[in-house]
Write a protein that binds this ligand. Structure first.
Ligand SMILES: NC(=O)c1ccc[n+]([C@@H]2O[C@H](COP(=O)([O-])OP(=O)(O)OC[C@H]3O[C@@H](n4cnc5c(N)ncnc54)[C@H](OP(=O)(O)O)[C@@H]3O)[C@@H](O)[C@H]2O)c1
Length: 288
């Protein structure tokens, strides 16, 4: 086993590379973190070549790349460029967790999985059009759940549903509009699981509607900024029973998100060919 230093190269398109991602990297065992901020797509190949040409193939497992930043679409584009820069055995492991979207969605679905048999579950993902919601819908679909992907507009719900169904063969995801209370009631009627993945500080499920879902068993709110996305769910709630429903708030899910994030970083240094995107990060969390 080589005794080379474990180096994590942090590629962040934001003007200031994330301190959060850097601290987690160190806590997860990276011995050096090279943080690059303001990274553009044009710069990616050069940065990746710097990572893959400096150590021999036997030592490349000690170098890895983490893609962060606040814009998930840009992060995805960077990941494509990173993978395209590799050739043959000259590659390093890479993880994408822009805006925490992959680790958050994985933690939410794994929390639901503790209480429900997902293949027999009908779930509503409220605000399922954002990066976290789309990933949660995709992971639920992979587990065989029936998923109602919700948005204020049917158009956006349909677009996101097409993308999720395209990514998961045989998935049972359907688009639902939740623009007014009547539509919302219809979208959540008969579901056992609700995951609220809305923008910060937006109430997606008022208490009066939530109480009308007699079938509801688990409710997970990912919004940490008051007011809560699911009215009545506390941000710290973690598997808390509320009138027969198990509820999680954003920080309640956050502990597991952090564990998954750290385990994923650690696993980058076990081989030089890992590509950790939503599915791989979820599988890793599942195996923990
Ligand atoms: N706990 C953690 O560690 C962690 C990590 C990452 C993210 N998060 C949280 O997870 C949630 C989802 O993140 P994200 O990045 O996917 O969110 P996002 O892209 O900001 O928003 C998700 C969706 O929310 C809906 N939305 C936006 N403004 C709205 C409004 N005024 N009223 C109703 N709906 C609105 C939009 O859906 P439509 O336009 O289609 O309706 C949008 O696609 C956020 O609350 C974020 O803070 C938590």
């Amino acid at each position: 086993m080589s005794d080379k230093t474990k180096i994590l190269i942090q590629l962040d398109p934001d003007p200031q590379a994330s301190v959060f991602d850097r601290v987690v990297a160190v806590d997860a065992g990276a011995q050096q973190v090279f943080a690059y901020s303001g990274v553009t797509l044009e710069q990616v190949q050069g940065l990746v070549h710097g990572a893959m040409f400096t150590r021999g193939p036997a030592d490349l497992a000690h170098t890895a790349i983490f893609i962060g930043g606040s814009d998930v679409a840009v992060g995805e584009a960077i990941l494509k460029k990173v993978v395209a820069a590799f050739f043959g055995p000259l590659r390093v492991s890479v993880m994408l967790d822009a805006n925490g979207a992959n680790t958050t969605a994985a933690a939410a679905v794994l929390a639901a999985r503790k209480h429900l048999e997902l293949s027999k579950t009908t779930a509503a993902v409220l605000a399922g059009t954002g990066p976290v919601g789309q990933r949660a819908a995709r992971l639920l679909a992979r587990e065989g759940a029936r998923v109602r992907l919700c948005s204020r507009t049917l158009d956006r719900a349909t677009q996101a549903t097409t993308s999720v169904n395209g990514a998961v063969g045989g998935s049972r995801v359907t688009p639902h509009a939740t623009g007014d209370e009547a539509a919302l009631r219809k979208a959540v009627e008969g579901v056992e699981l609700v995951i609220a993945a809305g923008a910060a500080g937006v109430v997606l499920l008022p208490a009066v509607v939530r109480q009308s879902i007699k079938s509801l068993k688990v409710a997970i709110d990912l919004n940490a900024v008051p007011p809560a996305g699911i009215e009545g769910v506390g941000v710290m709630d973690k598997a808390k029973e509320q009138s027969g429903v198990t509820v999680y708030g954003a920080i309640g899910v956050g502990g597991s998100k952090m564990k998954i994030h750290k385990a994923a970083i650690a696993s980058l240094f076990e081989a030089n060919d890992r590509v950790l995107d939503a599915d791989a990060i979820y599988d890793l969390g599942k195996a923990m």
